[in-house]
Ligand binder design. Structure first.
Ligand code: IMP
Length: 172
């Protein structure tokens, strides 16, 4: 049986989201900000994040597939849902659940830049730096993780565990 080891409690997650939302609200005052959530993993974080922002934003989603049922990136990335909002000359903030190798994020940034936004920045709930391969800049990170595969609060393992309200280290 896989073991779930607690990493972040509800209270910790909430504090982090409130703090990062405060920073984003201050940095993007008087900007036309569009949040682009990366499906499926980021939908829970994006939902909490936007509810804590004190500035108006628009929201869209992108979906890419890079992971199968394994716990490491395949490096092969397919766009399976394009953006629908026009981001030209707008400020875009990519909202990710977790950045691991950075290959997915690098692909997403290149894709978004092709629509000529004014700026593209990145906000992630979890920044897993140890296995980073792509040179991507994370502008807002709630929490840095050093190792392991995490699930809960939107993050899955083979589509399971997304609905857990807290974040766990999955030991297979
Ligand atoms: P990267 O391309 O290696 O940075 O992988 C990014 C994507 O892989 C994330 O958006 C997640 O969907 C998934 N991923 C990476 N690490 C984890 C993890 O620890 N738990 C759950 N999903 C993960």
């Amino acid at each position: 049986m896989p073991e779930l080891i607690p990493v972040l409690k509800k209270k910790d997650i909430n504090n982090m989201v409130v703090q990062i939302a405060r920073r984003i609200s201050s940095d993007y005052q008087d900007h036309e900000l569009i949040l682009i959530g990366v499906l499926k993993g980021a939908f829970v974080f994006l939902s909490d994040l936007m509810l804590n922002l004190s500035i108006p934003v628009q929201v869209d989603f992108i979906r890419v597939a890079s992971y199968g049922s394994d716990t490491s990136s395949s490096g092969r990335i397919n766009l399976t849902k394009a953006i629908e909002i026009d981001v030209k000359n707008k400020d875009v903030l990519v909202v990710e659940d977790i950045v691991d190798t950075g290959l997915t994020l690098s692909y997403i940034i290149d894709y978004l830049k092709s629509f000529q936004p004014k700026t593209v920045k990145v906000c992630t709930l979890l920044d897993k730096r140890q296995r980073r391969q792509a040179n991507v800049k994370i502008d807002y990170a709630c929490h840095i993780v050093t190792e392991g595969f995490l699930v809960g609060y939107g993050l899955d393992y083979d589509e399971d565990y997304r609905n857990l309200p807290e974040i766990y280290h999955l030991q297979l």
